[in-house]
Write a protein that binds this ligand. Structure first.
Ligand SMILES: [Zn+2]
Length: 293
C-alpha cells in the first residue's frame, strides 16, 4: 500500500514539472545466459533495438560464451554449434555493446551449492576468463572489456584477475542484491555512492552500482523509487550520477523494460553507454575511490 502510494506520488512529479533524476544517467546491463533459446534471443534483440531507438545509447549485454563449460555442455546436448551462438551474439552486437558474464560451473550435479564450484580456484577461473575474453575479441564481438559477475559474486582475487586480463569496467556491485558466500565482496563493505568508482582491490577497474531490475514490477515508478531509496542524494547532487539496471535474457520483460525507460525519461533521467562511462571515468570527473566503511 505504501509503495503504491509512493508510486502514485512519483507519477505526479513530472506532470508538475519536477524532474527528480535530471542528473542521473542509467545503463542497462543484461546477464545474457541462454541465447540458444529462441525466446531469450528474441527478447534480448527486441530490447537492445528498442532501447537504442528510445535513447540513442547502446545497452550492455554481458554474455556467457561457448568457452564456459556449462554452456558448452548445453549447446552440445542441443546439437548447436559455437558458430550458431556467435551469430546470435553478433546479431545483438548491431544494437548493443557486448561484455562478459562470469559463471564457472563444471559439475551441475555437484552436491555442493553450485555457486561454490571452482569459485575459489583462481587459476581455473582466470583461464576461463581469458578463453572467453579471447573468444569474444577474436570474433570482433567485445570492443571494451566489461564484466558482470554470475550470482553477483565478486571477491578481491577475481577483481585482480579481471584487472590482470585487461578488463576496464565491472558491473558486479549491487545495492539490491549481493552474494554472501564466503570471500565475496559484500556490498555493505563499501561506501555506496552513485558515481563511477575505482575498485579498491584493483583501481584500474571502474565500476558503478546496480540499483534495480529493469522492469519486473507493474508499478510504473518502481525503478525510480528503487534508485531514490538506494541513493536519496540523487535528489540533491549537482554532478552527474551513474547507475546500472539489470535483467537476465530469459526473464526479460521487454515491454516493461521499455516502459521503465520512458518513465525514467519522464523523471529527467538520461542514459549512457559503456564508452560514455569509460570516457567520464577516465577523465576523473566523477570517479571516486570506494572506501571500506
Ligand atoms: Zn548469471
Amino acid at each position: 500500500m505504501t509503495s503504491r502510494l509512493a508510486d502514485s506520488l512519483l507519477q505526479l512529479l513530472p506532470r508538475a514539472g519536477v524532474c527528480v533524476l535530471s542528473r542521473t544517467r542509467f545503463i542497462p546491463v543484461l546477464h545474457v545466459e541462454r541465447l540458444q533459446d529462441d525466446s531469450s534471443f528474441a527478447r534480448t534483440l527486441a530490447f537492445a533495438e528498442g532501447y537504442l531507438g528510445a535513447t540513442g545509447e547502446r545497452a550492455l549485454l554481458t554474455v556467457i560464451t561457448p568457452m564456459a563449460p556449462m554452456l558448452a555442455m548445453e549447446l552440445k546436448a542441443a546439437g548447436l554449434s559455437e558458430d550458431f551462438y556467435r551469430e546470435r551474439i553478433g546479431s545483438l552486437a548491431r544494437f548493443a555493446d557486448i561484455g562478459l558474464h562470469g559463471h564457472y560451473l563444471r559439475e551441475p550435479s555437484s552436491p555442493i551449492r553450485p555457486v561454490h564450484n571452482y569459485w575459489n580456484e583462481a587459476s581455473i577461473i582466470a583461464a576461463q576468463i581469458e578463453l572467453e575474453r579471447d573468444w569474444l575479441e577474436r570474433r570482433g564481438l567485445m570492443t571494451h572489456r566489461a564484466y558482470s559477475a554470475g550470482w553477483w559474486h565478486l571477491d578481491a582475487g577475481l577483481v585482480k584477475t579481471l584487472a590482470a586480463l585487461g578488463f576496464r569496467m565491472d558491473f558486479s556491485s549491487s545495492t539490491a542484491r549481493f552474494n554472501d558466500s564466503p570471500g565475496a565482496v559484500r556490498s555493505e563493505r563499501f561506501r555506496r555512492s552513485p558515481v563511477i568508482f575505482a575498485h579498491p582491490d584493483a583501481p584500474g577497474i571502474l565500476a558503478v552500482w546496480a540499483v534495480s531490475s529493469l522492469g519486473d514490477s507493474a508499478a510504473r515508478s518502481f525503478v525510480v523509487r528503487r534508485a531514490l531509496t538506494a541513493f536519496p542524494k540523487l535528489l540533491f547532487r549537482k554532478e552527474e550520477s551513474f547507475l546500472s539496471l539489470y535483467s537476465h535474457d530469459w526473464d526479460l520483460n521487454v515491454e516493461g523494460a521499455l516502459k521503465t525507460v520512458e518513465t525514467l525519461k519522464a523523471h529527467g533521467a538520461g542514459f549512457v553507454s559503456l564508452q560514455g562511462l569509460l570516457d567520464r571515468g577516465l577523465a576523473g570527473s566523477s570517479a571516486n575511490q570506494a572506501v571500506p566503511s
